[in-house]
Design a protein around this ligand. Sequence first.
Ligand SMILES: Nc1nc2c(ncn2[C@@H]2O[C@H](COP(=O)(O)OP(=O)(O)OP(=O)(O)O)[C@@H](O)[C@H]2O)c(=O)[nH]1
Ligand SMILES: Nc1nc2c(ncn2[C@@H]2O[C@H](COP(=O)(O)OP(=O)(O)OP(=O)(O)O)[C@@H](O)[C@H]2O)c(=O)[nH]1
Length: 434
Amino acid sequence: MGNIAAIVGRPNVGKSTLFNRLTETRTAIVNEESGVTRDRLYGKCIWNGLEFSVVDTGGYAVGSDDIFEEEIRKQVLIAIEEADIILFMLDVTTGITDYDEMVADILRRSKKQVIMVVNKVDNTDRLTEASYFYSLGLDEMFPISSINGGGTGELLDRLVELFPSTENVEELDIPRFAIVGRPNAGKSSIVNAFIGEERNIVTPISGTTRDSIYTRYNKFGHDFYLVDTAGVRKKSKVSEDLEFYSVMRAIRAIENSDVCLLMIDATRGVESQDQKIFQLIQRNKKGVVVLINKWDLIEKDTMTTKKYEEQVRSKFAPFVDFPIVFTSVITKQRIHKALEMAVAVYDNKTRKIPTAKLNEAMQQIVHDNPPPSTKGKYIKIKYIMQLPTNTPAFAFFCNLPQYVKDPYKRFLENKIRKMWDFSGVPVQIFMRKK
Ligand SMILES: Nc1nc2c(ncn2[C@@H]2O[C@H](COP(=O)(O)OP(=O)(O)OP(=O)(O)O)[C@@H](O)[C@H]2O)c(=O)[nH]1
Ligand SMILES: Nc1nc2c(ncn2[C@@H]2O[C@H](COP(=O)(O)OP(=O)(O)OP(=O)(O)O)[C@@H](O)[C@H]2O)c(=O)[nH]1
């Protein structure tokens, strides 16, 4: 749960090559991940049955050659703060550079688990050179070749060994909500509005990876966990308006949640950072409620909620079926509505449609709008089943699953969304051979 490895290192050492290699281990297993674009920043890796996240900090580099030292330093500090393991990448062909020394210096002083990954060790001759990197004063080193995969198995074995496989948290079976968003959107304010003044209703639970992962909220008929409130409340030493910062902060909270309340600053609107976080929520298949916060600051004559809503949805397209709540933490407007929507989305996420009802409704739709035939082949959908997954997923059993194209799957998804309430929740459609 929330096992995060961050790759740091200067430009051109091979960070993205390693990232691709690590995250491919998952795509190979979970091959039906269509609809969501892969990016070079954040991906999942599965090794020996353990799943963890990999973040490529290089994806946030500005420019490339002319990155300022200060910028890199910040990035490394954020990675140290937010990741569980740092993969410090080095290049055997260039040896140790000034930059490497600077990063090693920061890493040595941190208490984080650091692994030096010496890349481009494509042949055994370079193996001896790789051991020079021990002079940077870090304990662990793995020589690898990202390009041909040499040494990456050993590195993965070690990572899996270091990550805790089961977290020792006494967790109840109640919804887990995460409040995420860019710096200054109002996350701490809303958490404090919920739990701040009434400590007696707050029960912090200790996890192994963090001081406090879950805070229980139990009043007004609600009972749920707020995820990673420690992370929300604690101001970072490097709390800059960096995109990398807000994304790193969000990852763990999102992974540990069922539903995310994504806070947008109404005065700024939806920007690329918000889109990035929204995308992370999607890729982790979590529920989402979008809060347009600081609504008190908006001149209502010029900006109606309806107009604003349309703008927000267009920024998050193609996924548009999610609730939007206009909040003000300052005037306490609709913050309980926000909670109610989070609960509703949780209910949607856990909704199970009885097989008979599902077939009755969907067979009719399929009958009226059959999948278009491809290459003269007719596709016959025989029956439909909701899979026993954590997020709604439906399997359509048919004779020729490979011939059903994405537009038809989207058509089926939209019909399902119309028929039953799945607002705020990703719905997956699978074609299966029968
Ligand atoms: N010989 C060799 N070349 C490699 C290896 N891994 C990566 N490269 C090459 O090194 C170059 C840089 O690789 P990237 O993965 O783009 O490096 P990066 O660290 O992500 O670079 P930035 O995007 O600038 O941060 C590319 O030309 C790769 O093909 C390797 O194991 N051996
Ligand atoms: N006018 C107005 N100001 C708000 C509202 N919510 C939060 N603020 C203000 O916005 C500023 C940032 O709020 P925070 O709660 O610290 O934001 P945050 O998202 O936790 O920020 P980081 O800790 O940097 O990630 C503070 O000055 C709040 O008082 C709101 O609804 N209306």
